[in-house]
Every structure is written in structure tokens, then in C-alpha cells.
Design a protein around this ligand. Structure first.
Ligand SMILES: [Zn+2]
Length: 66
């Protein structure tokens, strides 16, 4: 059995804009409550505190696991 790439997390930060684009029915409250991280979709720095579960192999800008 091959292990998936372990250095990238499956839980990735997502900025307000990308969240809204993917979830128009439940838009972000636009409160910055997280630490500074890099959006997995657009690579912009964000404090959104929003996280999405995504396959790091398919993600554009996956953050390293900490
Ligand atoms: Zn984004």
C-alpha cells in the first residue's frame, strides 16, 4: 500500500473570496479570526480562519503540514 504524500495537509486554509466562489449559498462572514496563512486556491495571504478539506495533490497551493 502506498502512502499519500505526508508533507501536505488535507486541511487547507481558504480565503473569503474563494470560499464565497465555491459556496455562494453560505458566504463567508468576512471576519478575520485565523492566523496568517496562504489560501490553497489563489495563494493570497488570508486570516479568514476558514479551512477546506482538499486532496493536496489536486490543490493549487497546498500548505505544508505543521
Ligand atoms: Zn483564495
Amino acid at each position: 500500500m502506498t502512502q499519500p504524500e505526508k508533507s501536505y495537509s488535507w486541511t487547507q486554509p481558504c480565503c473569503h473570496d474563494c470560499w464565497d466562489a465555491g459556496n455562494p449559498e453560505s458566504p463567508s462572514p468576512r471576519t478575520d479570526r485565523g492566523e496568517l496563512e496562504t489560501c490553497v486556491y489563489c495563494a493570497m495571504p488570508t486570516h479568514s480562519g476558514i479551512y477546506v478539506r482538499v486532496d493536496p495533490k489536486l490543490a493549487s497551493y497546498p500548505s505544508l503540514e505543521r
